[in-house]
Design a protein around this ligand. Structure first.
Ligand SMILES: [Zn+2]
Ligand SMILES: [Zn+2]
Length: 623
């Protein structure tokens, strides 16, 4: 392999490399020369700049300090305030994992402590954050990955060899096209296949939660055996819900996404299976296949540039929509074409996230969502919306009522928590079940939150999620809250009152005019949420035993529109304005049919380029 030869020529004579392996697009070398291991930084930097390949030098097991001794050494070197919760070893990778509540203190000023651990133990430290709220999901994912190291080492090497092999088709014969397997003129089952002369990459693979529709797996553009890589924008089910199905049906390739997206995908897909089982619907895959997806996930940080096939280079950047949510940028060929797929995007700051990134060098084809793409879809500003929200909550509390906020488990509920904590709200906020799990995942990845929230967490020690107003409620404790007269806020799923605990709270709160129902998210046509938004004064509700009764709606109903995780019309247009260079085409997806077509038509007038709102099963040639 020429890469290994190139590497050898650039390494010092006494590097004493015992093993050279790919780790996906990166190269990993194991050395048995402790001096070289300690002082390899300059060599590594020069190789990276020369060969344009990331490499990492790791210790061969023969030079690593004995684990028990190394553990003691680390405990000596790291200050107590770092609150180390676990130290364990991954000898196959030459790594020691240090889990700590304050990773910054394990790294030390200018990386000093990190360097000393490395130099004195001859283990490569890998520092992980212990979530501020214990998370079963984060724990399970970390345990799984730890137990699968031998498998992953082989898997990542195999992927690396494939990525680094020469492309099948030469430069002047290259082509690229996209086909829509879902998410065309609809919100749901987002899925797009990118085919080039050399590779096949699947972008998102979601379900339509409302109708249970899946992507068009019977399309001629979908051949599971030909997929080289899957890239996931974020963990909402309309983007990730069908990914485990791939692994259930023989796909064994990589899944690229951020670490928080991986963890939240696990939470939401597990729940998707549970709900389907409970409601007697078709169960598309076993939970084992969700694990299999995790086993094949290659987690990338924002801004990390990675080759994912012989001719496609991937970069994820923040999309402002959800924890870990990403814009997907794909550089095809050697400058042949650049595609940007927004997934779901918020081009404006929220409490939890900075606005979507625009820092790309080139974009020729943009695939953009249009959930709020119609010219009438304008939202009030965030500050006004937040004020409106707090005024409504406080007004209800003052008159002794309770506020019910139906919300998806991930996304708006954490935004609402941050708003309440940020406004020093003093009354109890009750939260049930999955909301708590997803909040716990947020506390494992504070570096994915907005600069503003990070400042509060890291410099002021104020974590919005651990404020003591937030009370976890188990389903069996629900009645206590329903019966109590204490004013407060309930955040519960589901977000559109289709089912879940939110409906139970609604039934109990509805007759009392002191209470309030407060919507912060999108309510789809046909849902109980949309009807109440329209002002229905009584609604049919099924009681136990399946009997339907009429429930009087006396509580106040309000919607605060400006807290959405999606961009409004103005923000979508402004996002496109802020992208660099001249776009060749804009493809509009992820919106109700009329919104997609209206946005595509107007974008054509504004940006004077080809625009299209593709239908499902349509294909577009890029090059
Ligand atoms: Zn989403
Ligand atoms: Zn979506």
């Amino acid at each position: 392999m020429s890469l290994i030869q190139d590497l050898n020529e650039n390494l010092p004579k006494d590097a004493e490399i015992t093993e050279a392996k790919f780790e996906a697009s990166d190269m990993v070398l194991y050395t048995k020369n402790p001096e070289f291991f300690r002082n390899c930084d300059t060599v590594v930097r020069s190789i990276v700049s020369k060969l344009k390949k990331r490499i990492e030098i790791r210790p061969d097991q023969s030079i690593a300090m004995e684990p028990e001794k190394a553990k003691k050494k680390i405990e000596e070197l790291v200050p107590k305030e770092a609150e180390i919760s676990a130290i364990y070893f991954e000898p196959e990778l030459g790594k020691v994992v240090i889990e700590s509540a304050k990773p910054g203190l394990v790294i030390g000023k200018g990386g000093e402590t990190f360097r000393r651990i490395k130099n004195e133990t001859c283990w490569l430290p890998k520092i992980e954050r212990a979530p501020a709220i214990e998370s079963e999901i984060v724990r399970a994912v970390r345990n799984l990955l730890h137990s699968e190291i031998p498998y992953r080492k082989v898997f990542l090497n195999k992927i690396g060899q494939r990525i680094n092999s020469p492309p099948k088709v030469e430069k002047d014969k290259e082509w690229a096209r996209l086909s829509y397997l879902g998410g065309g003129r609809q919100v749901g089952r987002s899925s797009i296949m990118l085919e080039t002369s050399n590779s096949n990459v699947l972008l998102d693979f979601g379900v339509d939660v409302g109708s249970d529709d899946t992507p068009y797996i019977d399309s001629p553009d979908f051949d599971i055996e030909k997929i080289d890589a899957v890239v996931l924008s974020h963990a909402h089910l309309d983007h990730c819900g069908f990914i485990p199905w791939l692994y259930e049906n023989g796909y064994e390739g990589p899944l690229y996404c951020t670490a928080p997206t991986r963890d939240m995908m696990v939470l939401l897909c597990m729940d998707f299976v549970d709900v389907a089982q409970r409601e007697g619907k078709k169960v598309w895959y076993k939970k084992k296949s969700i694990e299999k997806a995790v086993k094949h996930t290659i987690a990338l940080d924002y801004g990390e540039v990675s080759d994912i096939t012989t001719d496609i280079r991937l970069t994820l950047e923040p999309s402002g929509h959800l924890l870990g949510a990403s814009l997907i940028h794909l550089h095809i060929g050697d400058g042949l074409h650049n595609v940007l797929y927004t997934g779901d995007i918020k081009f404006g700051p929220s409490r939890l996230f900075d606005a979507a990134s625009t820092k790309f060098q080139r974009v020729e084809t943009l695939m953009i969502e249009s959930t709020y793409g119609a010219s009438s879809n304008l939202m009030p500003g965030r500050r006004e919306s937040e004020q409106e929200f707090m005024d409504l909550v406080n007004k209800t509390i003052e008159r002794g009522g309770k506020v019910l906020i139906p919300s998806f488990a991930v996304g708006r509920s954490q935004e609402v928590m941050a708003i309440l904590a940020g406004n020093h709200f003093k009354h109890p906020v009750w939260m049930e079940g999955m909301l708590w799990d997803s909040t716990a995942i947020h506390t494992a990845y504070p570096e994915y939150l907005s600069r503003y929230v990070q400042r509060d967490i890291f410099h002021k020690g104020e974590n919005p999620f651990t404020a003591d107003i937030f009370k976890r409620v188990a389903p069996k404790e629900r009645n206590k809250i329903l019966d109590s007269t204490e004013p407060g806020v309930v955040i519960a799923t589901s977000g559109m009152l289709i089912g879940g605990p939110a409906v139970e709270y609604f039934k109990a709160f509805a007759p009392d005019p002191k209470n309030m129902l407060l919507f912060v998210g999108y309510q789809a046509e046909g849902t109980l949420g949309r009807r109440l938004q329209k002002g229905w004064k009584e609604v049919p509700i099924s009681r136990e035993g399946g009997k339907s009764v009429t429930l009087p709606v006396n509580l106040e109903v309000h919607s605060v529109h400006g807290l959405s995780g999606h961009s409004d019309r103005k923000q979508l247009i402004s996002y496109i304005y802020n992208l660099p260079g001249k776009l060749e085409r804009i493809l509009v997806n992820h919106g109700e049919s009329s919104r997609c077509t209206e946005f595509a038509r107007d974008a054509h007038k504004i940006f004077k380029c080809e625009t299209l709102a593709p239908k499902n099963l349509e294909a577009i040639r890029l090059k």
